[in-house]
Design a protein around this ligand. Structure first.
Ligand code: NAD
Length: 490
């Protein structure tokens, strides 16, 4: 029998009382790994009550004490890195190397949040009037929650958790119901890191569980990462309920290749961006726009890179790309590839209808390369979220930038060039919040905000670092006067 996952509430593991469960499948083999409960609103409420009880004491601990469990957690994650990475590969499909890399990003965020005694500092002015000083303090909000997607189960919860708790909040995670096991393993480590009961909690579930979080009056802020349609829903419902919200959505990332780019390096990096994690990255390159003479060499080399990529189960040696997350996802991707053909693009490398020996039931879509993607077509603008790259060709950088800037998403835009002036112009003019120059996945380090624009983000303050600290704190301004002889002065 596959294990039924438990919620972690008030410092203990509890079975969900709800009747509904979903299977958690290994997408490489379609075998069941576990069952995840779809927790009802009553369990969300139980977690919020425990968090509200824990909050007064937790927020009153000195910041230097609050970060001690984070130091312990960093050591625990590093000690269990391989085991966590195997869990990520098994439930999410990415390769062991990709899984390890995302966990190291989680560690990086824990490290940055350990700097909270400095990051959380306020500021002050002496003598704003004679004998009067003014101070700004940052205080935590209370109970906050995060709702996360399937594609980075080891990293994305850590864009939020470390900053939320280090600033003095109590934190509830609702991970993706498709990849809940990584969070279960992480919380097994969190349980021994030294957090008091109610400070970090895990509630499994689906959309009803999410809506219970959005509506709960005890929750002050919601962090979300997922598709744009869900981000929009979560942002409007959470803010309508008076909560702060930061909601990161989907993407369709363009990459421009100038004729002066180093084509070999560009192809290698672009193929990793488009096909790495089976294209299921919000920072995956999905449209490559060649300028002038870049067209022919880039097209030829990308065809070879797409054909040569070794696809399989992510724990098998030499595998460079795993399956997509589900049968439904595979169907959707293959339907969009057919749609692209219908719209007039030509399929240079076709990843449909392929199987991996020994894993015939797995949800594999092999790398797919389109040429001549029409600028107004659906495949030029719809997030495919699979290993599919579309090529477009233009004569000038002006045209390339115009194509980049007519998109509704703004998660990332990249340029490959050996010319500094082209790179500078590109980074200045493009409408995207994360920009890469000779970089294919422009993922900000933990000490920078993850700066999606357009329909890739709803809110004001992004995830990570200083933005995270601001998001999870409210400012208090204090104006104070301490006259030495009260009666003589007034
Ligand atoms: P998703 O929107 O389907 O699900 C994300 C979370 O929202 C899950 O926890 C899910 O349970 C919940 N959810 C789904 N539908 C809901 C609904 N109707 N009401 C309430 N809650 C709901 O996203 P996904 O398929 O898990 O993740 C892939 C998407 O995430 C892609 O679009 C990708 O671009 C995006 N993403 C964005 C970023 C970023 O930083 N911008 C990072 C990673 C992934």
């Amino acid at each position: 029998m596959p294990e039924r996952l438990l919620n972690y509430i008030n410092g203990g593991w509890q079975p969900s009382g709800g009747a509904d469960v979903l299977p958690v499948l290994n997408p490489a083999s379609a075998t069941a790994l576990a069952e995840v409960p779809l927790s009802p609103a009553a369990e969300v409420d139980r977690a919020v009550v425990a968090a509200l009880r824990a909050f007064p004491e937790w927020r009153s601990l000195p910041a230097g004490k609050r970060i001690q469990p984070l130091f312990a957690l960093k050591a625990l994650v590093e000690a269990h890195l391989d085991e966590l990475a195997r869990t990520v590969t098994d439930e999410c499909g990415k390769t062991f190397a990709e899984a390890t890399a995302e966990l190291l990003r989680a560690v990086e965020n824990i490290e940055v949040a350990c700097g909270i005694p400095v990051l959380m500092q306020g500021h002050n002015n002496e003598n704003v009037a004679p004998g009067i000083d003014e101070h700004l303090f940052r205080q935590p909000l209370g109970v906050v929650a995060a709702i996360t997607p399937f594609n980075f189960p080891g990293m994305i919860p850590f864009w939020f958790l470390p900053y939320a708790v280090a600033t003095g909040n109590c934190f509830i995670l609702k991970p993706s119901e498709r990849v809940p096991m990584t969070s279960a393993r992480m919380f097994a480590l969190l349980a021994s890191a030294g957090f008091p009961p109610g400070v970090v909690q895990l509630v499994h579930g689906g959309r009803d569980t999410v809506n219970a979080l959005l509506d709960h009056p005890g929750i002050r802020a919601i962090s979300f990462v997922g598709s744009t349609a869900t981000a929009r829903h979560i942002y409007s419902r959470a803010t309508a309920a008076g909560k702060r919200a930061q909601c990161q959505g989907g993407a369709k990332n363009p990459v421009v290749i100038m004729p002066d780019a180093d084509m070999e390096m560009t192809t290698r990096i672009l193929a990793d961006s488009a096909f790495g994690c089976a294209g299921q990255r919000c920072l995956a390159a999905s449209v490559a726009i060649t300028v002038g003479d870049a067209r022919q060499p880039l097209t030829e080399q990308m065809m070879a890179a797409a054909r040569d990529r070794k696809v399989g189960y992510g724990l098998d040696s030499g595998v460079e790309m795993g399956p997509v997350i589900s049968a439904e996802s595979k169907r959707r991707i293959e339907t969009l590839i057919a749609k692209g053909e219908h719209e007039g693009a030509s399929v240079l490398v076709d990843g449909r209808g392929r199987a991996v020996a020994g894993y015939e039931d797995g949800y594999f879509v092999f790398p797919t390369l389109f040429d001549g993607v029409p600028p107004r077509s659906e495949i030029a603008h719809t997030e495919i979220f699979g290993p599919v790259l579309g090529l477009m060709h233009v004569a000038s950088m002006d045209e390339a930038i115009a194509l980049v800037n007519e998109r509704r998403y703004g998660n990332m835009a990249c340029i490959f060039t050996s010319d500094g002036a082209s790179a500078r112009r590109f980074r200045h003019e493009v409408n995207a919040g994360n920009v890469g120059v000779n970089v294919g996945v422009a993922a900000p380090m933990a000490y920078f905000p993850f700066s999606g624009w357009g329909e890739s983000f709803f809110g004001d303050l992004h995830a990570q670092a200083a933005h995270g600290v601001e998001f999870y704190t409210q400012t208090k301004v204090v104006i104070e006067r301490w006259p030495r002889d009260w009666s003589r002065r007034f």
